[in-house]
Design a protein around this ligand. Structure first.
Ligand code: APR
Ligand code: ZN
Length: 262
């Protein structure tokens, strides 16, 4: 049974890492991008989420992000986020590499989270790098003003990687290093269509690691995956975590329990 096989691979792993996408947060009420009704349904991402949009069409750009920010306010971690935090606490996962900008892995208790696409809870000045809480940007927009940097006066943007922008190179380099060393990569809720994030499973495979994919829809890496679970992350991850962390906990208890006591 695939859940058992996924749990066994993670239990036996020494350098497992998770890679998550928007699908891990849909059960928190946040739409993903490419599912029917997702954020890109009927929207051209280049018109609302690119550097050109930010510079040339600020109204459309900020309207799109105000919608995302209002959804984010109600969002709370779901069982999938908590399961990944539990796997890290149990020493099974070294880190969570996420394409998401919602901050829900941190909120669920994950400690080592590599946010390769940034974080929507911060604002940044693209000219001088000044950063502030996203509330500053939201307050300006609510007042009908353009959010401006308090250091150099340039327009502020959400601290997320827009199309036409580079990823934070140091964060991505760390993600690549973890994937080179990974014996198991647990992919959760990503269509694995956007590079360079989608190159990470390839890095794992090239270095002899295995893929465990939890995704409702097929992904390009399914044929090379050791396990594919076509299931809801919020359902299957807690089951895997219980089998792995629970199994580890019981084995840890066994180790501490004096012989003879079963
Ligand atoms: N459980 C499992 N899988 C799910 C769930 C769920 N509850 N909900 C959605 N999915 C799957 C969808 O079937 C889809 O294949 O998650 C995947 C999400 O894929 P995308 O919407 O493409 O999101 P993602 O892979 O994170 O996109 C990567 O693209 O536009 C950019 O910057 C954006 O970070 C994003 C990047
Ligand atoms: Zn500035």
């Amino acid at each position: 049974m695939s859940v058992e096989r996924a749990a066994a691979l993670l239990r036996g792993a020494h350098a497992a890492v998770a890679l998550t996408g928007a699908g891990v947060s849909t059960e928190s009420g946040l739409p993903d991008f490419r599912s029917p009704g997702g954020l890109w349904a009927g929207v051209d991402p280049m018109r609302v989420a690119s550097l050109t949009a930010f510079r040339r069409r600020p109204q459309e750009f900020y309207a799109f992000y105000q919608t995302r920010l209002s959804l984010l306010r109600q969002a709370r971690p779901n069982p999938a986020h908590y399961a990944l935090a539990r796997l890290e606490q149990a020493g099974v996962l070294r880190a969570v590499i996420t394409q998401n900008v919602d901050g829900l892995h941190h909120a669920a208790g994950s400690q080592r989270v590599l946010e390769i696409h940034g974080n929507l809870r911060r604002a940044v000045c693209p000219e001088c790098g000044w950063r502030a809480d996203i509330a500053l940007l939201e307050e300006a927009l609510t007042a009908g003003a353009l959010p401006r940097c308090e250091t150099c006066g340039s327009p502020l943007k959400p601290d997320v990687v827009l199309f036409e922008e580079l990823l934070p190179l140091n964060v991505f380099a760390e993600a690549e290093r973890l994937c080179r060393e990974a014996d198991v990569l647990l992919v959760v809720g990503s269509s694995l269509q956007v590079t360079p994030a989608a190159s990470l499973p390839q890095t794992v495979l090239e270095h002899g690691g295995l893929l465990v994919i939890v995704n409702r829809e097929p992904t390009p890496f399914d044929p090379e995956a050791a396990v594919v679970l076509r299931d809801a992350a919020g359902t299957v991850l807690p089951t895997i975590a219980a089998r792995v962390a629970g199994g580890l906990a019981s084995s840890a208890e066994d180790e501490q329990r004096p012989p003879g006591l079963s």
